[in-house]
Design a protein around this ligand. Sequence first.
Ligand code: AP5
Ligand code: MG
Length: 213
Amino acid sequence: MRLVILGASGAGKGTQAKALASHFGLRHISTGDVLREEIKKDSIVCRALKRLMDRGDLIPDEIMLSIVEVILSEENNFILDGFPRTFSQALALNAICERLGAPIDAAVDIHVPDEKILQRLTGRTVCPSCTAMFHKEYFPPKVTGVCDKCGGGLIQRPDDTAETVQHRLKLYHKLTEPIADLYRRQGILISVDGTGEANQITQDLIKALEERF
Ligand code: AP5
Ligand code: MG
């Protein structure tokens, strides 16, 4: 099964992608996580990428496409989280999948209003070692500041300040939100309200995907 998961920053793409990947046995490919892992290396190129990410700007399409093409050539069952993010990434993804003879089966689009996104992202902490995420109110870790899964120290992402979140949302509405229409026209879009309880959203998505396949 090949899925993409769409939605604004903080809509719960990572939360749902991890749960769906575990249920259906898919590889969870988060382009944000791939980049964050890469920028741990302290090269000049990585520092330039980090600067763009920390201020909430997008990495140029050509770079993202080369990264995703390499990953997808090695993987047939996946859920893509954070890609595509621009119309040209979406068209290029279709072209890559066509070339590999492995089309995208469904695109999940998670809807959450901007006011709620701000609350979610400014309260989020993440584990840089294993990528688990928490929220001080909605999903607090058992021990404050410590990852439940691997025991690593939790941090706030540099792009989760109120000002940067507003900028990321602006880019989302302008560049990413219109992509859903492409998948709607292909007849593979599944839209979901992302404001409910996370486990319930997962159950609803599993049901919708199982009905489809
Ligand atoms: P990326 O890491 O993909 O960030 P994002 O899209 O902004 O999304 P987030 O990871 O912030 O949110 P999420 O939707 O995964 O929500 P989560 O599940 O964590 O990208 C980062 C940067 O990398 C980009 O800005 C860009 O620079 C670059 N980049 C990446 N891909 C790129 C591409 N294709 N092209 C160009 N540049 C690219 O949930 C958020 C919080 O809410 C958590 O605390 C969670 O616990 C909580 N939560 C989740 N669900 C619920 C719920 N139902 N109820 C209550 N709380 C919830
Ligand atoms: Mg994420």
